[in-house]
Design a binder for this molecule. Structure first.
Ligand code: FE2
Length: 286
């Protein structure tokens, strides 16, 4: 297991350790799901691991065991499951039941067959309650928690937007002076984040960032441009993150590679690598 060790100064009441894992993309299915789902499980598992699909679960177990042994909390920023299946959700329920975890959902958490449909609130609603009950003690859409004097807020932004209720709840959370960390699946746009993650990529490759300015999406195909275009509420959410003195860091996933970036405001944005490749982040927080 590769562990990226990061020091984060957040203004905690005492030093503490914290794990950050994302994007395990579990690809399990069994007789409870149909043949299409079982075939999807096989092909997706092979593509994530270069032909060793059994490693995904093996690595997840190894990572959760390390978290459990440390006694520290785990921040999980989405895509534990690659698609909705009974076997994937059973595994989520089992592993998340063994550690103290704070979770936001990823886009794949609600994916039925991966890329087969336009993903919006109606699509998410098909599986939301079933998925949510597989992450014990977590809301997975919006939740807050204070650890050693630091407030962690998990916001589901995995379709590149937030909803007005999430914006207003987050605005309220940022108003009382407690140092706050935002946990999201899709990293937020900032100039540095965009430069960092686009380095070496062709200009028509999507940035996969929430809040990306429209002029940076012009080279994308129609589907990706429409998917990643920022609406007004989401623009306000990103602006709030850039202007709030109480926001101290952003933790994200989704990109399947580790990245240490900064927002325009100067706060860190850390992107966790793919858990399926057995890479995780561990923070030493003060
Ligand atoms: Fe992912």
């Amino acid at each position: 297991m590769k562990v990226y060790e990061i020091d984060l100064k957040l203004g905690a009441s005492e030093p503490f350790g914290l794990w950050h894992i994302s994007d395990s993309h579990l690809c399990l299915a069994d007789e409870r799901d149909n043949e299409r789902k079982n075939k999807l499980a096989e092909s997706r598992g092979i593509s994530f691991t270069g032909g060793h699909p059994e490693r995904i679960l093996q690595y997840a177990r190894e990572q959760f065991e390390a978290v459990r042994e440390s006694g520290d909390t785990l921040i999980y920023t989405g895509d534990f499951c690659d698609f909705v299946s009974e076997a994937n959700l059973d595994c989520a329920k089992e592993l998340f039941g063994t550690v103290d975890a704070f979770v936001c959902a990823g886009n794949h958490e609600f994916s039925q067959y991966v890329g087969e449909a336009w993903e919006d609130e109606a699509y998410k609603a098909m599986s939301f309650e079933h998925v949510k009950e597989s992450f014990p003690g977590n809301d997975i859409w919006y939740s807050e928690r204070i650890l050693h004097g630091v407030r962690f807020v998990a916001v589901d932004n995995n379709y590149y937007y937030v909803l007005p209720e999430q914006l207003e709840r987050f605005r309220k959370a940022l108003s009382d002076g407690i140092p706050t960390v935002l946990c999201v699946h899709n990293p937020l746009y900032s100039e540095n984040t965009y430069e960092t993650i686009m380095k070496g990529k062709a200009p028509d490759e999507p940035p996969y960032l929430c809040g990306c300015p429209y002029n940076l999406l012009l080279n994308l195909n129609d589907h990706r441009r429409r998917q990643q275009t920022t609406n007004d509420v989401t623009r306000e959410f990103v602006d709030l993150c850039e202007s709030s003195p109480n926001l101290k860091a952003i933790l994200g996933g989704h990109l399947h590679r580790f990245a240490s970036c900064t927002m325009n405001s100067g706060i860190p944005q850390i992107v966790a690598p793919g858990g399926y490749a057995n890479e995780v982040v561990r923070y030493h927080i003060t």
